[in-house]
Every structure is written in C-alpha cells, then in structure tokens.
Design a protein around this ligand. Sequence first.
Ligand code: AMP
Length: 317
Amino acid sequence: DVVQNAPCAEFADVEALEMFAAEVDVITYEFENVPASAALVLAARKPVLPEHKILETTQDRLAEKDFVTKLGIGTAAYADVTSPQMLHEAVARIGLPAVLKTRRFGYDGKGQIMLRPGDDLDAAWHRLETRAAILEAFVPFEREVSVIAARSADGQVVCYDLTENEHRDHILKTSHVPANVPESVATEARRIATSIATALGYVGVLGVEMFVVPENGQPKVLVNEIAPRVHNSGHWTLDGASVSQFEQHIRAIAGWPLAQPLRHGDVTMTNLIGDDVHDYISWLTKPGATVHLYGKRLAMPGRKMGHVTVVSQPKKS
Ligand code: AMP
C-alpha cells in the first residue's frame, strides 16, 4: 500500500488537523493555497515542509515579485493596485498591453485580465472583483520555460533539465525537454531557481516558471511565478527520468539524499485537457508513449484529466 489512511476534512477543522498531525512524521502539500491558519496548526505539532511561511510569499503575487526583485532577479515590470485610480497610475507608468491579476488565488489564467490600449480601465477593475491586484507589463516572450528544483534540509539543490512549456487558453498544454535554448540560458535559469530555493530556505521540490525574452540578441530570463510544490511541467520526470519529481520531493522532506536524476532521452509531456481525454486510445500505440489517466469522472472544459509522456532518442545533429 502507498496510502494507508486518507482522512478528509475542512481546512478549518482544527480537531481533524490535530488528529492528522498525530499520525504522521512530516507534513507536505501539493497545493499552494492551503490557508496559513491550517498550516500553522499543523506546524505547531509536526514539521511542515516546505515551511508554512513560504506559502505567505508564494500565495501573494505582490509579495512574490518583491521577494524575487530583492534577489536581483528580473520580472515583468509590476505595480501594486488597490483602486481604479491606482490602476490608472500604474498604466501611466507601465504602459499597455499589460495584465491585471488578483494578488491571491489565481491559477491557469483565472483572476487575470489582459489590458490593451483603449480598454476601459474602470470596467476592467470592477470585472476583476478584488481589492488587491497587481498590474504586470505584458512580456513579449520568445518562450516559456520552467525549472523543477529540489532542495534538501542541508542546503543542497538539484535541478532537472530546463523544460519548455506551451500554454493553450492559459493552461499548460505541452512541455518539452530539453528546452530549445542556448546552454547559457539554461544555466542562468538553473542559477535563478537555485537562488530562489536557497533564499526561501526551501525544503522539497519547487517549480519556477520563467519567460525567455529576446534582448539585443542576448536572451534574458525573467521569473513569472514560483510554485511551492511538484509542478505540472515536471510530470515528464515520471517516465523520462531515473527519479521523478515526486520521489525527489519525498526524499527532500524525509531527509534522505537527493537523487542526481538522469534523463532517458528527449521528452514531451502533453496534458489531456477536457475532451482531449476521450482520445486517449490513440496515444496507447504511439512509440515511446506512457498514458496517465487521473480517473476524474467529468471531462469539463479546462480540467486536467490526464497526461501522456513520449520519450524518444535525441535527434543526431
Ligand atoms: P500565471 O497564472 O501568472 O502563470 O499566467 C498564466 C500564463 O499567462 C503564463 O504562463 C503566460 O503564458 C501568460 N502570462 C501571464 N502573465 C504574463 C505577462 N506579464 N506577460 C505575458 N504573458 C503572461
């Protein structure tokens, strides 16, 4: 058995949290919007890794961008926005196009509005239905990439190879490894992820999403978002690497040595989103493919229903 006991309760149910903590040695999560209050109850009883205070930084887009900026790492230009007037001021400073995002609880493009020249800013502000937002300059990126990194309690950081990601309707559709970038960009992306993991005092696996932007012929790497958990763009490691991001995470929080994962070839991971899942049969016979279905009943639009990894031998140049 992998799971012997799977209690299910509300985050606000302190008694259930206490019972849960009493039965385990270490606590972790695969979802970053765990309320800080629930994480605090657990942390008083057992180690919670990554530490709950890291959630406070990564749950809030403004705190996260301030944190990254203080490390000297680039992001899109951004501004704190808490009123229509501040939105007008932010647009005057940052310019358009830009993306207005809620500070908290946004994912897969939810809680985001793209603003273009001529758009009604007051209407956009009211449509977002929040009092705490940030405005980000739209980044004319060449590619989106991510680093899946693991940090152990003694400070060692191990990164997987840089992954290149394509989104459809703001949702990750495919990841390719290795990313099609010069080695200098991959090295810089790993340096950025390592410095973020170290500065957070992180223990476990994290994903750092980045933009690669062309700049005077020399591509530049900007951080988009930090995911304090195993990440969808690292699902390829299940079939494409000697140790997956999931095992690596458990090793890190259990205090075991981190693996030095080897990649089995060029890898493409394709998410089966909504109705895509009905076509899973056609993937079964594709050379090098492994199909993962999550067993969710309803194939709602935008819902991640499974994914397929295809491993192939690197093309000879
Ligand atoms: P996020 O939820 O912030 O990760 O945004 C989801 C996706 O929207 C990103 O992966 C990008 O494809 C796109 N996006 C978000 N913010 C920006 C931005 N400032 N400039 C360009 N594209 C963006």
